[in-house]
Design a protein around this ligand. Structure first.
Ligand SMILES: [Zn+2]
Length: 364
């Protein structure tokens, strides 16, 4: 791999940053892929943060900013998550996001930024064009936006921040970006061609929940009574995907989803890996902002997207949400406060909302 930029001090990670990396590792946060790798002393293997393998003990874990640094120390790349296969441009954009988020200047210019990354301005522009789909001019404008920088500081990925600030409104943004988006881009053809989905089924007080996932994130969350029907639905939604019973590697995702079905507060972030149009993605992201215990109407969601006339399209995007619970489409109701529809049954929608609502008379 040819690397033109350098971070010479990269082998020394300050303890506070290491804590942060450890959290990302525990949560298998795909957005941290490319930002660092973690190496395991006992196995001499290093992985990307989202590696599905079992987590090592913290005391056996070392962090490196780049795969090369781990290799110099005698670690070899994990064959499962292939930490070296993260695209160089994505790594560069990740590093820029980190640098921007920690820089005190509100306005940043391309030249100094490129110098800081030890790359030419041209290379930085090309990396941005590839990863975010933005023209160099749009990117330079974005760099001057205070809001953009604030978003990065709050932990948004750079592509997410750019998108929210109104850049790259075409679907290209999502198609080009790599896995650092909380919701990973659609690298799949229609019907889930090229996807390998493992499914697990768990019992909840609302019936059975099917959780389908790829190695990158959760692709399906279905609710129902009958196991076979749920699997059938999964096959219908992803007719071209390879669908198998899941190995145990994503049990923590299933546990987290069951927890949310039972109305408890989220305890971990869940990476998503779904196929979607740019509009569906925007709607689903917006739904993820609806706080637990609250609801929005379709019109409110449309307004929040800056498309006040798109309430019906919003309703359709809600109805086609493949990852119920994680994208809480049950929190969207009609303007007259009626529940409207729910793919998994109105009764379930009602119960989910009841569970999430703060109990009347509660003191906390
Ligand atoms: Zn790995």
């Amino acid at each position: 791999m040819k690397t033109q930029y350098q971070t010479s001090e990269s082998t020394r990670i300050p303890p506070r940053v290491a804590d942060h990396y450890w959290q990302a590792t525990l949560h298998r946060d795909t957005r941290a892929d490319g930002l660092f790798v973690f190496a395991v002393r006992s196995t001499r293997v290093y992985c990307r943060p989202s590696c599905p393998a079992r987590r090592p003990l913290r005391r056996n874990t070392l962090f490196f900013r780049k795969p090369q640094d781990a290799e110099i120390q005698g670690f070899r790349a994990c064959r499962r998550c292939r930490p070296k296969n993260i695209d160089e441009s994505t790594v560069l954009v990740q590093q820029v996001a980190t640098a921007l988020a920690s820089s005190p200047d509100e306005a940043v210019r391309l030249g100094p930024l490129a110098a800081q990354m030890h790359v030419s301005q041209g290379r930085l522009r090309r990396a941005f064009r590839r990863v975010t789909g933005l023209s160099p001019k749009d990117f330079e404008q974005a760099l001057r936006l205070k809001r953009f920088k604030n978003m990065l500081r709050e932990g948004s990925s750079i592509t997410e921040a750019l998108y929210t600030c109104g850049y790259g409104s075409s679907s290209r943004l999502y198609e080009k970006a790599d896995a650092q988006l909380g919701m990973t881009p659609a690298s799949y053809k229609k019907g889930g061609q090229g996807m390998e989905i493992g499914y697990a089924i768990a019992n909840t007080s609302l019936g059975k929940v099917l959780v389908g996932s790829t190695e990158r994130g959760v692709s399906a969350v279905y609710l129902g009574e009958n196991e076979r029907t749920l699997i059938e639905e999964l096959k219908q939604e992803y007719p071209k995907a390879q669908i198998v019973r899941a190995a145990r590697e994503h049990e923590s995702w299933v546990e987290e989803i069951v927890r949310r079905v039972e109305g408890r507060a989220p305890s971990a972030e869940l990476p998503l890996d779904v196929q979607a149009t740019a509009f569906q993605r925007r709607v689903w992201k917006e739904l993820q902002k609806i706080a637990r215990g609250t609801t929005r109407t379709y019109t409110q969601v449309a307004n929040a997207l800056g498309e006040p006339r798109a309430a019906r399209a919003v309703a359709r995007a809600c109805a086609s949400n493949p990852v119920s619970i994680v994208v809480p489409c049950h929190r969207v109701i009609r303007g007259d406060s009626s529940l409207a529809g729910y793919r998994w049954g109105l009764q379930r929608k009602q119960k989910l909302l009841e569970r999430e609502a703060v109990p009347v008379g509660s003191t906390c």
